[in-house]
Design a protein around this ligand. Sequence first.
Ligand code: IPE
Ligand code: IPE
Ligand code: MG
Length: 261
Amino acid sequence: MSIRPGEHAGPELGPTVRVPAHVGIIMDGNGRWAAARGLPRLEGHRRGVEALRRTVRAAIDVGVRYLTVYSFSSENWARPAQEISDLMGLLRRFIRNDLADLHRNGVRIKIIGERDGLAPDICSLLLEAEDLTRNNGGLTLIVAFNYGGRQELVMALQKIARKIAARVLTSADLTPELVAQHLETAGIPDPDLVIRTSGEQRMSNFLLWQAAYAELVFLPIHWPDFDRAAFDLALMQFAVRERRFGGVTGKTAPLTVKTAS
Ligand code: IPE
Ligand code: IPE
Ligand code: MG
């Protein structure tokens, strides 16, 4: 499979195509995009923000209801201090520059991830973005920032454990639904499609619980090159997948494996 930036996928993605309600994106490959051009990693991250803007527009255009973007993982603190500070700076700038525009377009912003450990001005910006857009009815943009799926699950279990200790709940109440209600994504449907750019094929601690039945699409391009054509290609791949959720559909022939006799 090859996708060239700027190349549109064509009219196949018509109104009849099944569009996922919730798309998650692991926006990966900014550093390699920059390195391939002899540029500093920061330039890759800057271009990554532009790709994010394009993607939000595309998601609105095609009618995706929820878009979750992985922008900083709990493990990204392992990067050099300068890069971390650059990424924090880009988040600040993104909210300052884009918040009004997102609001005008009816986007509701939700941030998931650990707030402890973030600079106070960043925490205020995150709250401002959520407060301003809380009642919007358009696309819900979920920004996973300082986010880790395992950490989120542990926090949910801690909340539940406290309720059990306080006898508000008993251990018999602990079900998958109860866990889901205590995650930061409570009330948000599970992602139908998770896209990862850069060619890496791993989850890197992204929406581990929620993506249990997500369709996964790995694209061989770096995030700064992600455009409408790449998005359409991922959506088309999703549209032809057969989702079974553990059941049977009878639409496909049983898989037969030939063994040497
Ligand atoms: C994704 O690009 C952005 C973040 C993780 C913040 P990377 O910075 O991981 O780029 P690569 O994977 O090193 O190319
Ligand atoms: C995942 O990318 C995190 C984000 C895209 C924010 P990484 O680049 O941090 O993941 P690994 O280290 O390659 O697994
Ligand atoms: Mg990476």
